[in-house]
Design a binder for this molecule. Structure first.
Ligand SMILES: Nc1ncnc2c1ncn2[C@@H]1O[C@H](COP(=O)(O)OP(=O)(O)O)[C@@H](O)[C@H]1O
Ligand SMILES: [Mg+2]
Length: 267
């Protein structure tokens, strides 16, 4: 028997139908760079002139607001914060709640409701892209997003190169397949570090694991982003690294990933 749609479900559906492309950023492990990758993709797409929304669906560890310089902001209505001349719309649950130091202590149904409100009650309007930044793993938030977002272009799975992270990212690949979310590709982040003093490359978390896993799993490899302290500073200062003028392997890699996503989603 078909479940009857609630009014919120209907608002989610109608909102999601107005968005042309949806990119869901996920990983098996925390701290691998999902929020960094999501904010850079969203910002980069908006810099190219696309109308972009980014929603922070990491209810327990929301970082999108900080990484886009909006930490501590509160929204009186469901109108998102608008950046880059209106090309980038930003929404985090933290915009609607109390202090950003307060933990969210919610059971599954409350989280599912909150995610659906972020999709259905926020006034997203017509967008070219919606980028979703997920928490790690395959719990309530990824499942709700997968079920509610409607037709999506797919997931971007972020991993670091070492075996423990790869093992977890395989789960994200399988999860995407199980919930019929196409896989746009795998990003290997924190892939090596080039010493700024001597130029020697040190593979702190090894290198190549993400690419190997992508090949084995039959999904596209989108690129390797090296470790770079400027990425940390950019995130902490609220201006994504893609907006910087730096020319190096990390900047090129992020740029290439965005271009590949445009190519894959616009074809
Ligand atoms: N390529 C990178 N080089 C250096 N630091 C990075 C890189 N990618 C992410 N970071 C930093 O690592 C930390 C965790 O990244 P984050 O995007 O918050 O991970 P996640 O969302 O997966 O938990 C942040 O401080 C971020 O600035
Ligand atoms: Mg995060």
């Amino acid at each position: 028997m078909q479940k009857q749609m609630s009014e919120l479900d209907l608002r989610v559906k109608s909102n999601m139908e107005k968005i042309k492309h949806k990119i869901v950023v996920m990983s098996g492990k925390g701290g691998v760079g999902k929020s960094t990758v999501s904010t850079n993709i969203a910002y980069g797409l908006a810099l190219k002139g696309y109308k972009v929304g980014i929603v922070d669906a990491d209810l327990h560890g929301p970082n999108v607001a900080l990484m886009l310089g909006q930490e501590g902001k509160k929204l009186p209505t469901f109108e998102p914060i608008s950046l880059l001349d209106g090309n980038l719309k930003v929404v985090s649950l933290s915009f609607f709640l109390g202090s950003s130091d307060d933990p969210i202590i919610w059971r599954g149904p409350a989280k599912i409701g909150a995610i659906n409100q972020l999709l259905g009650d926020v006034i997203w309007g017509e967008l070219d892209y919606l980028v979703v930044d997920l928490p790690p793993g395959t719990g309530d938030e990824p499942l709700t997003i997968a079920q509610s977002i409607g037709k999506a272009d797919g997931s971007v799975i972020v991993t670091t190169p070492q075996d423990v992270a790869i093992l977890d990212s395989r789960k994200s690949v399988k999860f995407s397949r199980l919930v019929n979310l196409p896989i746009l590709g795998v990003v290997e982040n924190m892939s090596g570090f080039v010493c700024p003093h001597c130029g020697e490359r040190i593979d702190i978390f090894k290198t190549g694991g993400g690419e190997k896993a992508a090949n084995e799993l039959g999904v596209e490899f989108l690129g390797k982003i090296p470790m770079n302290p400027s990425i940390v500073n950019a995130g902490d200062s609220g201006k994504p690294y893609i907006a910087s003028e730096e020319k190096n392997a990390a900047h090129d890699a992020i740029n290439d990933i965005i271009n590949k996503l445009v190519e894959k989603t616009q074809k």
